[in-house]
Design a protein around this ligand. Structure first.
Ligand code: ATR
Length: 276
């Protein structure tokens, strides 16, 4: 029985086992495959991953805080994972010592976006691992969504400068790290900060105005909970198209599942399971 897992710390809150097991059942693989959540402390990550092939694991998702370590432990990595500097998907090859790393966060984000109606800039808020994947995705796959450049804002400006400098080496960003934000300049705004996770008011902590969105914008909030985030609620009230973190999770999970099983994932089943 091939095993799959998500490795994180903490990981108990993860919706990945629910949505992946629902997808496996829908594909008729439920008897054969099983997907579980494994809490791994950072100091144990490498040893845990190296033990997995012998324990029957075919692959794993990797989440906070292990995405950089997942790339480091791999014998082979996709170009995308290398350029982003992080991996969220591991595949254990036939020869047991072979670990392959992929990044489906970036293409997963792009898959959530409707084509924007006219070329405008994109704004990424934040400068952690999630921001790096978003900036890379919007830049490298920008043609898909018609973006003219990617700006980065972060509370600690020096971290935005560092992400910008690092990713400029591998992709044409065409934007800038920004200290002030002109909200109406953007066709796409992606929040990768943790603001909102603990009930903070995004309009106190982020450089956005509650009424500053417009109907031609797409607003993505990686934060997810049971109710729509205050950021998305305000964007939607202004007529913007909104994408929540669960949709991003479903899309990256669907791409990971395809890597492991070769099968197209049943997106609607995964969405329903993610929100159950
Ligand atoms: P990840 O790798 O998951 O993206 P991270 O590296 O912890 O996580 O990044 C969290 C992001 O949320 C950072 O951009 C952080 O800003 P700082 O770099 O200034 O710390 C941002 N963040 C967290 N709390 C915030 C707040 N109250 N206001 C603004 N930004 C905040």
């Amino acid at each position: 029985m091939p095993r799959l897992a998500v490795l994180g710390h903490p990981v108990a809150h993860s919706r990945s086992p629910a949505l992946q097991n629902a997808a496996l059942a829908e594909l008729g693989l439920g008897e054969e495959w099983r997907y579980e959540a494994i809490d791994v402390a950072p100091e144990e990550f490498e040893a845990r991953v190296r033990a997995m092939p012998a324990e029957g694991f075919a692959g794993a998702n990797v989440t906070v805080p292990h995405k950089e370590a997942a790339l480091a432990v791999a014998d082979l990595a996709s170009e995308v994972a290398k350029e982003i500097g992080a991996a969220n998907t591991l595949v254990f090859g036939e020869e047991q010592e072979r670990i392959h790393a992929h990044n489906t966060d970036a293409p997963g984000l792009i898959a959530t976006l409707p084509g924007s109606p006219r070329a405008r800039r994109a704004l990424v808020l934040g400068a952690g691992g999630a921001a790096r994947a978003a900036v890379w995705a919007l830049s490298a796959e920008g043609a898909v969504v018609d973006i003219t450049g990617v700006d980065i804002w972060n509370r600690t400006g020096s971290r935005a400068d560092a992400v910008y400098a690092e990713l400029s080496r591998v992709t044409e960003l065409g934007g800038a790290p920004v200290a002030a934000v002109r909200q109406d300049a953007y066709g796409i705004i992606v929040n990768t900060t943790t603001v909102g996770l603990h009930g903070e008011d995004p309009f106190e902590h982020l450089p956005l105005q509650r009424t500053g969105f417009d109907h031609e914008q797409v607003v993505v909030d990686m934060v997810y909970g049971d109710a729509p985030s205050p950021l998305l609620a305000a964007a939607e009230a202004s007529g913007a198209t909104v994408v929540d973190g669960l949709e991003v999770l479903v899309q990256q999970g669907a791409l990971s599942l395809k890597i492991w099983t070769g099968r197209d994932a049943p997106l609607d089943v995964m969405r329903a399971a993610a929100r159950a």
